[in-house]
Ligand binder design. Sequence first.
Ligand code: PLP
Length: 442
Amino acid sequence: MSNRLNAAPNDLEAFWMPFTANRQFKKAPRMLTGAKDMHYTTSDGRSVLDGTAGLWCVNAGHCRPKITEAVREQVGEMDYAPAFQMGHPKAFELANQLVSLAPEGMNHVLYTNSGSESVETALKVALAYHRAKGDGSRFRLIGRERGYHGVNFGGISVGGIVSNRKMFGTLLTGVDHLSHTHMPDKNAFTRGEPEHGGDIASELERIVTLHDASTVAAVIVEPVAGSTGVLIPPKGYLKKLRDICTKHGILLIFDEVITGFGRLGTPFAADYFDVTPDMITTAKGLTNGVIPMGAVFVTDAIHDTFMNGPEHLIEFFHGYTYSGNPMASAAGLATLETYKEEGLLTRGAELAPYWEDALHSLKDAPHVVDIRNIGLIGAIELEPMKGEPTKRAFSAFLKAFEKGCLIRTTGDIIALSPPLIIEKNHIDELVDCLRTVLNEVE
Ligand SMILES: Cc1ncc(COP(=O)(O)O)c(C=O)c1O
């Protein structure tokens, strides 16, 4: 017999929280109960400045009326429509709007419900594309050390974050990894793209030579690696990867789950770096974080390869019950409208110089060993405590929250990615808070 009726509403035990130190959290919970624009409200009534756009997703700020209203209206009008063999207008309307924002030639999207699912979808499209072309010996996938591509098996296989991989067995076979691009000895305190390390991309030639190009299906990288602690691509690196992929008929996938939708001051990182991949994976900012949704952008060449055979047959055996869900589609449309009306997809470019100067003003604060920035992304890397890696940054996170600022830490790196509606006074407040915190942490 369930004891559901007796369960205390404030019992925190049942929920096994994701990517969280559960025991620590449940001893001293950090509960958010409200949000508006740049701020959260906590359960004890405090206002907290959002330095992370939730989890890199609330690009237009919180509880924006157009988006919340669109979802409210949609749920009253039609709650769900089957995603397979049926359609509803908003999913098509949103797809059209999305491709109009994307780099030229990327005219099709497949919907998902998260960044992780976008990655799985893109990897499967890559394998199936080569096979549909009669090139089925291309089965290898190349990722990169320190890459984060979500938490599903394909994503952790091509990903390169050790703690996300080591517990989970053999993962996908036929995967290889490029070296990461972090060179703190040469590039510390670089503003924007680092000078050193562009040549690391040539390693792809070595990997391709080892396996033979005829076995390699795709390379997947984050244009700016986020979850590992913000690694900005060295000058020329992404162009070189593109050239090598093109030369060998390998698909290049940009995982833009955090860089998509204005984070760098351009709609996509592909625009910022002027490098067009064959697929772009997105999620997060697509619906401003309001309803889970992702999209994988693919080129005409990829899409058209599948559009063969008898017309009554399914062309690609993949999809999710909630692909293009009506509420998510409504949220996506209202989000894109908000971005457009307020110029948010390019606002980051205007604010980036101020953001950069503000972050680098922390150069002389205690424990700081590197500061990196691009668009409205920033990272402050701290010297780890002796024998206790991650502890210093985690205590900075706790202190910042106490003082009214939400930051994010990974390893000993503080990562920042505020909503794109941030104002200069918020940037000053965030940096002042960080300075106080860095002066106080051990
Ligand atoms: C580059 C990248 N890919 C994939 C993901 C996974 O997204 P989700 O948590 O929505 O599955 C993330 C999440 O942070 C990400 O940064």
